[in-house]
Design a protein around this ligand. Structure first.
Ligand code: SAH
Length: 236
């Protein structure tokens, strides 16, 4: 079973969206488990403090390394093989290849930051990988943890009923997905493209491929350059 442990000041945020739909059903079926570890329990003193003022001054509060370490140690023994991810606006941006790798392993331990972030010393002390979900700032790591876990859980064996070919979805083959249509055939004067109603699968595939390439080129020149580089290498 894929085992996720999330260290958080807000355990009530879990499972949240992960308790519904695909992920919720998969948890009920025993495909994965989620443990929310309440960071407050590891706080120091009568008030169970988890943060303090930044060394050197400046605004806000910083989460204490000793408190975080105690929580990580409670969630994962030193020989626990699960990767430990720290949600961080400064982290490596997560992508589908990283999600696949984590989903193929035994699970993950995720540390959610709050306030101005965490004492730097925790990163090396507990071998945390700093991971970001995009170039914007959240108020806490919990929505990031939920987004990453959602992406991992849908890849676990048996979770998606109608498993799609890995090559077709956005970010799997390096292209964004082609546009999709369904009923009705006419919507506010816009028809479903004829080719999709032709029944000619060769033409349909060619059309989809072309539209996927066009969309990627226009919308995500960064992905397009990478895709071109990768397919160039294969040809040579
Ligand atoms: N002062 C920090 C931001 C703190 S935001 C900085 O400038 O980098 C509070 C917490 O929200 C962070 O500790 C982190 O856990 C989480 N967070 C914010 N933005 C995130 C992002 N893009 N991806 C993942 N986690 C994020």
């Amino acid at each position: 079973m894929f085992a996720a442990s999330v260290i958080t000041l807000f355990p009530q945020m879990f499972p949240g969206p992960l308790g519904a739909s695909l992920a919720g059903r998969a948890a009920e079926d025993g495909v994965w488990s989620l443990q929310a570890v309440d960071l407050r329990q590891f706080g120091v003193g009568k008030h169970k403090r988890v943060d303090d003022t930044p060394a050197g001054g400046g605004p806000g509060m910083v989460m204490r390394a000793d408190v975080l370490a105690a929580a990580v140690d409670a969630a994962a023994t030193p020989d626990d093989p699960r990767p430990r991810l720290l949600m961080s606006a400064r982290g490596v941006p997560a992508d589908q290849a990283m999600i696949r790798q984590w989903a193929a392993g035994p699970g993950v331990v995720i540390v959610c930051g709050r306030f101005e972030g965490v004492d730097e010393r925790i990163v090396a002390a507990r071998r945390l990988e700093e991971v970001s979900i995009g170039d914007f700032v959240l108020s806490g790591g919990e929505p990031a943890a939920i987004a990453l876990l959602d992406a991992m859980v849908r890849l676990l064996p048996g979770v998606m009923g109608n498993e799609r070919s890995a090559g077709e979805e956005s970010h799997e083959a390096g292209l964004l997905e082609y546009p999709q249509y369904t009923a009705p055939a006419q919507f506010e004067g816009e028809a479903v493209p004829d080719v999709l109603r032709s029944g000619d699968h060769g033409r349909i595939n060619a059309w989809r491929r072309e539209r996927a390439e066009q969309l990627t080129r226009r919308r995500r020149p960064d992905l397009w350059a990478k895709f071109r580089g990768a397919s160039g290498e294969k040809e040579s």
